[in-house]
Design a protein. Structure first.
Ligand SMILES: Cc1cc2nc3c(=O)[nH]c(=O)nc-3n(C[C@H](O)[C@H](O)[C@H](O)COP(=O)(O)O)c2cc1C
Length: 384
């Protein structure tokens, strides 16, 4: 009986330096509603405050440096103003008893000179242009609507400077009151560009073998752990996913190595995404990590509860369900039906589709979907 498993989602858990009060995680969600300077706004404070019933919030991707920026109105975590803005967010979440990690997202080659300082070229392990067709996934994102340019390959010495940017962002996260940081090594962003065989053509020690391709990510994790402790650092991977045009000749070999190495480092947790792979991502990789593991993508309440109750995962992250339901954890606990997400407002501006989804008590019962359903986007015809 799935209902019997629901209480397993409401057990506390120690992750790194902190304890979370339930296993329900708000997944990292880029929403592009910060100030153009990357400083979180009042609206961002309210959005995260509303969702602080999650055991853990993983923030939207935040860039660790100006050159890591890829989405207009996405926030950063490297200037004093950005730190001050995030401090207001972390205070609001902590006031409600929640915990929050900052997801450090460097987009690498997925940027554009139009939005980089001085019109600079985006950086990457190798000068490999993303296939223009990979833009099809991001049609709703407000950023330059043209093909990604060919990035500039980093010189070997420059790579250590990029690692320093991750370290600086980690220091900023501590100052801003975050409970930890999560390195975004998934979805085709910079660390995954190093990991993937089609985007990393380097012939030095940062390319080639699995060990070479993983070196950038592991250097970042080690350097970040040096300044804040390994319990402050988490990592997200999406093994084998070709989102943003990255490919791996042998994802099982690559990620078996990466996950074992991360396990040895005693990091806070590993976020493992199975984005529709035809091999058993969780069954293959979970046993290799000795520590808390978070699964993500396509979970319902009942599947999450079964997965946690059976010990396969320690936490489950919910993306679109959290966009639409500020009180998702509370609804899952009470068995209350869910609001439907509105895709059209995922990446728009302002409060609409961001902070105006009602809590259960204020929701129109005619517009809800069953508590154990996958989030079903609302029919645009009925959006008011
Ligand atoms: C609007 C939107 C923005 C997202 N932004 C990020 C992001 O910044 N970082 C990240 O790791 N994943 C991001 N994701 C992926 C989600 O974290 C999550 O893995 C995905 O939505 C699948 O989970 P779900 O089936 O529960 O929605 C985003 C997804 C959506 C829908």
């Amino acid at each position: 009986m799935p209902e019997d498993h629901i209480p397993s989602l409401f057990q506390p858990l120690r992750i790194g330096n902190t304890e979370i009060r339930n296993r329900i995680v708000m997944a990292p969600l880029t929403r592009q509603r910060s100030h153009l300077s990357g400083v979180p706004t009042d609206l961002n404070v309210e959005y995260y405050r509303q969702r602080a019933g999650a055991g853990l919030i993983v923030s939207e991707g935040v860039n660790p440096s100006a050159v890591g920026y890829g989405y207009l109105f996405s926030p950063g975590l490297h200037t004093p103003e950005q730190v001050a803005g995030w401090k207001r967010v972390t205070d609001a979440v902590h006031e409600r008893g929640g915990k929050i990690f900052a997801q450090i997202m460097h987009v690498g080659r997925l940027s554009d000179p139009l939005i980089l300082p001085g019109g600079a070229d985006p950086i990457a392990p190798s000068a490999v242009q993303p296939d223009p067709a990979s833009r099809e996934y991001t049609v709703t994102c407000p950023r330059p609507r043209r093909d990604y340019p060919t990035p500039r390959a980093l010189e070997r010495e420059e790579i250590f400077g990029v690692v320093e940017d991750y370290v600086h962002a980690t220091r900023c996260a501590v100052e801003a009151g975050f409970d930890g940081v999560e390195v975004h090594a998934a979805s085709g962003y910079l660390p995954m560009q190093f990991l993937s065989t089609n985007t990393n053509l380097r012939t030095d020690d940062f390319g080639g073998s699995v060990e070479g391709r993983a070196k950038f990510l592991l250097l970042c994790v080690d350097a970040m752990s040096d300044v804040a402790g390994p319990g402050y650092v988490a990592v997200k991977v999406s093994p084998g996913w070709s989102f943003h045009n990255v490919y791996d000749d042998d994802p099982v070999a690559t990620y078996s190595y990466v996950v074992r190495e991360l396990s040895a480092r005693r990091i806070a947790y590993l976020q493992l995404g199975d984005y529709g792979m035809d091999w058993d991502v969780y069954g293959t990789l979970r046993p290799l990590f000795d520590g808390p593991v978070m699964f993500v993508a396509g979970f319902t309440r009942s599947r999450a509860a079964e997965t946690v109750a059976s010990g396969k995962a320690d936490m489950i992250a919910f993306g679109q369900a959290y966009i639409a339901n500020p009180d998702l954890a509370e609804r899952y606990r009470e068995g209350h039906d869910l609001n439907c997400p509105v895709i059209e407002t995922y990446y728009t501006q302002g409060a609409k589709g961001y902070t105006d989804y009602p809590v259960f008590a204020d929701a129109d019962p005619g517009r809800l979907q069953p508590v154990d359903a996958l989030p079903t986007p609302m029919d645009p015809e009925v959006i008011t």
